[in-house]
Design a protein around this ligand. Structure first.
Ligand code: 5GP
Ligand code: ZN
Length: 113
């Protein structure tokens, strides 16, 4: 996707503070952090949103959760963290490339607004 910000981050065309990268996934600090730790974990493949996940591309989702567990240990988030996916307009998704917010370092309330 030529006009996708996160595809550009994957390709290194715009800078990001990466904390993890492998063949299928990249994780980087959110530009406007909402918690002491606020990292976005994304598939390198352009998948628009959670609604586009199916049997052909779902393996990377499991891998994203493996990466999240690894990051939790690396950031020392022993008390826990929150993983959020916003899907579509009502979900509050602003960047149309599937991403998981990995947030920690403070307590969160529930239900989220
Ligand atoms: P959404 O609202 O789609 O769930 O989340 C998009 C997130 O991407 C927001 O938290 C926003 O701060 C972050 N973001 C948007 N553009 C950029 C960017 O160019 N670089 C980084 N690192 N984060 C971005
Ligand atoms: Zn993309």
């Amino acid at each position: 996707m030529d006009d996708c910000i996160f595809c550009k981050i994957v390709k290194g065309e715009i800078p990001a503070k990466k904390v993890y990268e492998d063949d299928t996934v990249v994780a980087f600090h959110d530009l406007e952090p909402q918690a002491p730790v606020h990292v976005l974990i994304i598939p390198k493949e352009h998948i628009c949103c959670a609604a586009a996940v199916d049997e052909t591309n779902s393996a990377v989702i499991a891998h994203i959760f493996e990466v999240a567990a690894k990051l939790g240990k690396e950031f020392g988030l022993d008390k826990g963290y929150r993983i959020v996916n916003n899907c579509g307009e009502d979900g509050g998704q602003t960047v149309k490339h599937l991403h998981f917010h990995f947030m920690g370092g403070r307590a969160f309330t529930w239900p989220a607004g």
